[in-house]
Write a protein that binds this ligand. Structure first.
Ligand SMILES: NC(=O)N[C@H]1NC(=O)NC1=O
Ligand SMILES: [Zn+2]
Ligand SMILES: [Zn+2]
Length: 507
């Protein structure tokens, strides 16, 4: 019965042992450390999961993973079936067992804008998508997370609503950037690092920073060894003439592209050169780390970042599935679901982003899940210049990355590196991001080959399915089970009753 709950396939050979094991499992007491009965669809705190394709230790192969008290206790690599005789096991056959995804860039907009997205809906979508940890951005909620007090409001709003673990970035804004004690109190309160914008953010209480704010903020961050995430677009001092003029059709996607050319990304990154240099060994903010969020320009901006890395700057770069899945050529005019900043560029740029990811010049992936209330997307009017910029994608990032990445020959190990290991390092999450003994049992089990059509009948848990650019698409990669800290929080299109994810605070 316990086995059936997880739809595990118990090998016929092990039928007797499995029956014994099931009985054992069923009688096992609920673990307080796992939060009690409603936290898991598999209410046991000691069990094994196994499959032919476990992603661990840089390889993919048959293995069994022992989960005990919320942690991975042991891994039996190789012929796990004989090893597992008489042990309680959920056998996932040839499904992939991989570290749960860590999405370091999601906007869950509580308090203040729960009608855009919230902790409950956002983390349910995450669980359904195999994401086991999210790091929440400091803007789009109201107030923004820019102080100890506003972080406390976030934590209060999140209480009892987290279906996965959630950490928080704080905001670096002009009001705190030149004030080390204000920044220290925010960092001491537990944000995992800071985030700032070099252009208007679209949110009134999250003003943009200039390079001086950034350089000064980094000095404080260096003491804490926590990163600064930067939205690197800046309006160039001199706009060149193919910039936008009033005559262009606001429904045409080309108009939007012209309004935010790659020159914006370039200008920001050039402006960051001194800040990047400061992070080098012996630099003014040695120990700090600059992370460029959602890179879209795979040309000059990427080149500048490669140079900075080569010179020893501590810089990392993420891009997002929408820049890898879509190209400007295929964005229909008036379809503002595809509006994001920086924009989705042409197909050559998309191919170059894949190449940079495969070559290691782009370090990791994140969703930048940034929904709004549907009316702000202006879907009927189709005005790209006035619509909210933000892509709604949280639940689909794994199948989207896989479906499109297959064409570029990506491997399961690369997926685990881009979506789990590197994000864990960026956010300073110890014992997360890999399937290894001693690590938190945050695991996704999925079937890469299973195809599905994201049609109107597909369950979507994040807010406002209609504003997601992925609706109507055919994807490969079905999530079977998601474990967070040993709790089976999602399986067979069902969530565990209780929300037992943990808030993560830096110490
Ligand atoms: N405020 C906000 O979420 N902006 C995000 N949306 C987007 O498309 N890019 C962003 O930075
Ligand atoms: Zn951004
Ligand atoms: Zn964002």
């Amino acid at each position: 019965m316990a086995m059936a709950a997880a739809k595990g396939r118990v090998l016929p050979l092990l039928a007797v042992a499995a029956a014994l094991a099931a009985a054992l499992l069923y009688r096992a007491p609920f673990s307080k450390s796992l939060g009690g009965e409603g936290c898991s669809l598999l209410p046991h705190d000691h069990f094994w999961i196994a499959s032919e394709r476990v992603v661990t230790l840089g390889r993919v192969g048959p293995a069994a993973v022992e989960v005990k008290g919320g942690l991975i206790n042991a891994i039996a690599v190789g012929d796990y079936r004989s090893f597992l005789l008489r042990r309680p096991v959920v056998d996932y056959g040839d499904a992939v067992i991989m570290p749960g995804l860590i999405d370091v860039h999601a906007h869950l907009d509580e308090p203040g804008r729960a009608e855009w997205e919230g902790f409950s809906t956002g983390t349910r979508a995450a669980a359904a998508g195999g994401i086991t940890t999210l790091v929440d951005m400091p803007l789009n909620s109201y107030p923004s997370t820019v102080s100890e007090e506003t972080l406390k409001l976030k934590l209060d709003a999140a209480k009892d609503k987290l279906h996965v673990d959630v950490g928080f970035w704080g905001g670096l804004v002009p009001e705190n950037a030149l004030n080390p004690s204000a920044l220290e109190s925010l960092l001491n309160a537990g944000v995992l690092g800071l985030k700032s914008f070099m252009c208007p953010s679209g949110i009134n209480d999250f003003p943009m920073t200039n390079s001086t704010h950034i350089e000064e903020g980094l000095v404080t961050l260096a003491k804490y060894k926590r990163p600064l995430l930067i939205h690197a677009e800046r309006i160039p001092d001199v706009q060149n003439e193919d910039g936008i003029d009033g005559e262009l059709d606001p429904k045409a996607y080309t108009t939007y592209l012209k309004s935010r050319p790659p020159a914006w990304e370039e200008a920001a990154i050039k402006d960051l050169q001194r800040a990047m240099k400061d992070t080098e060994i012996g630099g003014r903010s040695e120990g700090a780390h600059i992370h460029i969020v959602h890179l879209s320009d795979a040309k000059t901006s990427l080149g500048l970042l490669k140079d900075a890395k080569q010179n020893g700057a501590r810089v990392s770069v993420e891009t997002c599935p929408h820049y890898l899945a879509f190209s400007a050529e295929e964005v229909p005019d008036g379809d503002t679901r595809f509006k994001c900043a920086p924009p989705i560029r042409d197909s050559t740029n998309r191919d170059n982003l894949w190449e940079a990811l495969l070559d290691g010049h782009i370090d990791m992936l994140s969703s930048d899940h940034s929904p709004s209330a549907p009316d702000l997307k202006l879907m009927e009017e189709g005005n790209f210049l006035r619509a909210w910029g933000g892509i709604s994608s949280l639940q689909f990032v794994l199948p989207v990355t896989w479906s499109h990445g297959k064409k570029y020959g990506i491997s399961l190990n690369q997926l685990a590196s881009w979506w789990s290991e590197r994000p864990a390092m960026l956010a300073g999450l110890k014992k997360k991001g890999a399937v290894l003994p001693g690590y938190r049992a945050d695991i996704v089990v999925w079937k890469p080959e299973a195809q599905f059509h994201l049609d109107d009948s597909h369950p979507v848990y994040h807010k406002h399915r209609n504003i997601s650019a992925y609706l109507g698409k055919q994807l490969s990669g079905k999530i079977l089970s998601t474990f967070v800290g040993g709790n089976l929080v999602f399986a067979e299109d069902k969530h565990a009753k209780a929300a037992c994810g943990a808030p993560i605070l830096a110490k």
